[in-house]
Design a protein around this ligand. Structure first.
Ligand code: F6P
Length: 326
């Protein structure tokens, strides 16, 4: 394997709080270990259109506390084509970039895997997404901050829900996964979470109503994972209006609010450890792996596994929420 001298670094897909901490960690660890670092702006698009700048330690000063990504990010259609990836490879060669560190979610890692296998480029993935939906890592960067944001929002909605004695459906992000909805519900004391992982097993709404969830309470909060499988908060509210008109129902969609904000300590620490580990992985000759955390230990997960295997929801958490919402 040719010796790696220069590492290219990009963020891709939906941004997540803590990405800047990861950029800082990759840059500084790489420079510490004698590598050159090139920052690639706007994800894979910037790799195609040549938006690349050498990063020194000062380029990443004063960013650990900020949400978003100083490298900017994009969802790049061109990179899904062979021609696009060829252009990206040519630009990479022009800048003497020998390896890539990609910070992003499943779509970004899919692109990374494709690119790595076509051009034999060493790639290391760092899981950056609020969705927490990557197999092989207990947590992804940004998930904890998003959970805290959800909790903060639900606490406020609870006040008005209580005053008006209403049923609120609060829709949260998560792509096709229910981690944010389930843990957000537990953290905020919500009555239920409607998540895609169990939508095919039970009619969660009917179960909720049949269990008489509002008997002893004057308001109810239900977190709904965005997904065509759950029907989303709007879809569920419509069902309630038609099937259970006795409830005064309202909907709040938290949306991109969940992606912003200063990262929590937990996300900053995770991002710092994972960013440093990405450089260690390259030093150890690892390629096409994603950095994961497993019971607080850093692990290397083959990217193929991280994107193709399903990360399952913890059934104990589903049960805990059920028990606590009586
Ligand atoms: O993957 C992160 C995420 O925030 C998902 O939870 C959400 O479905 C999606 O990105 C939204 O993407 P966009 O910002 O492109 O609308």
């Amino acid at each position: 394997m040719a010796k790696i001298k220069t590492i290219g670094l990009l963020t891709s897909g939906g941004d997540a709080p803590g990405m800047n901490a990861a950029i800082r960690a990759v840059t500084r660890s790489a420079i510490f270990s004698g590598f050159k670092v090139k920052g690639i702006y706007r994800g894979y698009r910037g790799l195609i259109t040549d938006e690349i700048v050498e990063f020194k330690t000062q380029n990443v000063s004063n960013i650990v506390q900020h949400g978003g990504t100083i490298l900017k990010t994009a969802r790049c259609k061109e990179f899904t084509t062979k021609e696009g990836r060829q252009q990206a490879y040519d630009v990479m060669r022009k800048h003497d970039i020998d390896a890539l560190v990609v910070i992003g979610g499943d779509g970004s890692l899919c692109g990374a895997r494709e690119f790595a296998s076509e051009f034999d480029v060493p790639v290391v993935g760092v899981p950056g997404t609020i969705d927490n939906d990557l197999y092989g890592t207990d947590h992804t960067i940004g998930y904890d901050t998003a959970l805290n944001t959800i909790m903060w929002c639900v606490d406020r909605i609870r006040d008005t829900a209580n005053s008006h004695e209403r049923l609120f459906f609060i829709e949260v992000m998560g792509h096709n996964a229910g981690f944010l909805a389930l843990n957000g519900a537990i953290a905020s004391g919500a009555e239920a979470a409607i998540i895609p992982e169990i939508s095919t097993e039970v009619d969660q709404l009917a179960e909720l109503i049949q269990n008489g969830f509002r008997k002893s309470k004057n308001s109810s909060i239900v977190l709904v994972a965005e997904s065509p499988i759950t029907g989303g908060a709007m879809g569920l509210a419509e069902r309630v209006r038609n099937e259970y008109p006795q409830y005064d129902v309202r909907v709040t969609i938290l949306g991109h609010l969940q992606r912003g904000g200063s990262p929590t300590a937990q996300d900053r620490i995770l991002a710092s450890r994972m960013g440093a580990a990405a450089v260690d992985a390259l030093l150890e000759g690892q390629r096409n792996v994603m950095i994961g955390d497993n019971y607080d230990e850093i692990v290397y997960v083959p990217i193929t596994k991280a994107i193709h295997k399903n990360k399952t929801i913890d059934r104990d958490l589903v049960e805990t929420l059920r028990r606590l919402s009586i």
